[in-house]
Write a protein that binds this ligand. Structure first.
Ligand SMILES: Nc1ncnc2c1ncn2[C@@H]1O[C@H](COP(=O)(O)OP(=O)(O)O)[C@@H](O)[C@H]1O
Ligand SMILES: [Mg+2]
Length: 280
């Protein structure tokens, strides 16, 4: 997958917001790449452009030698909220896309069961969505995505609404799934520790407009543990390198108007989380 010179701005009532500037990124087949950046830096916008749900003002996205001009079954998005169908039980949710594709009922049952087994939810196949925890819902969403056998999974902060314990379990599960399926994964997070735990490579985005600031390769054996000393050490190192950028964002967000010292146009006064395990 290749993102070439992608730029994007939005029109709002306060004028034009320049969100992404000249994003260039290449992801190899079977690679796990994390995009990390502060809230509002354009991560979801970039994800939507890759998914074909949003159009770039300029630049191109290519997947498997084909230019992306719209959504397609080769790229499935998993959002922060699992977006399951509450009127269908677990297995019917997993089968849903296959049914649309015209896969026979016995075949789609076999495929759905295979992926429910992979996310350890076989026992809950007949459960209703409202009976599941947040972590279980995300596992159903992952099974549903994998059942479509896409070339690429696009995951937009899929675990950020979950508690730390559930996140830890899902980091482990996702690594095992990735090792088994070797899908190409583009995973967005604002959590450096999460990115170190999961990624082959991490791209850090700066904000206003979002630009690729830095790239890190994570050379640690898998499965990795959030609490592993090497994961912590990598996270601290990356955080240190980003300190200047974070200080800039914090300073900007604490002041009410445009910062004279940086190129960030202040639009929000929400505080920025600065812990290594949390956001940047
Ligand atoms: N449809 C839209 N119309 C106007 N502004 C938008 C739209 N989508 C996103 N934005 C703005 O673009 C910026 C980046 O948003 P987003 O991509 O959601 O950031 P992130 O996912 O990194 O938090 C924000 O300032 C947001 O308000
Ligand atoms: Mg987002």
């Amino acid at each position: 997958m290749c993102i070439q010179h992608v730029s994007k701005s939005f029109q709002s009532k306060n004028g034009s917001v320049y969100v992404l500037e000249d994003i260039n990124l290449e992801i190899n087949q079977g690679e796990f790449v994390c995009l990390v950046g502060p809230s509002g830096c354009g991560k979801t916008t970039l994800m939507n452009i890759v998914a074909g749900l949003e159009k770039a003002d300029s630049g191109e996205v290519w997947v498997n030698g084909r230019r992306i001009l719209g959504a397609g079954p080769d790229r499935v998005v998993i959002f922060q909220e699992a977006a399951l169908f509450p009127w269908l039980n677990v297995i019917k949710n997993v089968e849903f896309g296959l049914k649309l594709k015209g896969v026979s009922s016995s075949k789609r049952r076999t495929i759905a069961l295979e992926y429910l087994k992979m996310v350890h939810l076989t026992k809950f196949q007949k459960s209703h969505i409202h009976e599941l925890s947040g972590g279980m819902k995300q596992r159903v969403a992952i099974a549903r995505a994998l059942a479509m056998n896409p070339g690429m999974l696009l995951m937009d902060e899929p675990f950020s609404a979950l508690d730390a314990q559930t996140r830890w379990i899902l980091h482990y599960e996702l690594q095992n799934i990735w090792m088994k399926t070797k899908k190409t994964i583009l995973f967005v997070t604002h959590n450096i520790r999460e990115a170190v735990c999961l990624a082959d490579r991490i791209f850090i985005l700066s904000t206003s407009p979002g630009k690729i600031k830095k790239e890190f390769s994570i050379d640690l054996p898998r499965p990795r543990d959030d609490n592993d000393v090497n994961v912590a050490e990598y996270s601290t190192r990356i955080m240190k390198e980003l300190k200047a950028e974070i200080d800039k964002v914090v300073k900007c967000e604490m002041d009410a108007d445009s910062c004279v010292e940086c190129d960030i146009k202040c639009t929000t006064v929400e505080p920025v989380k600065t812990d290594i395990g949390g956001g940047i």
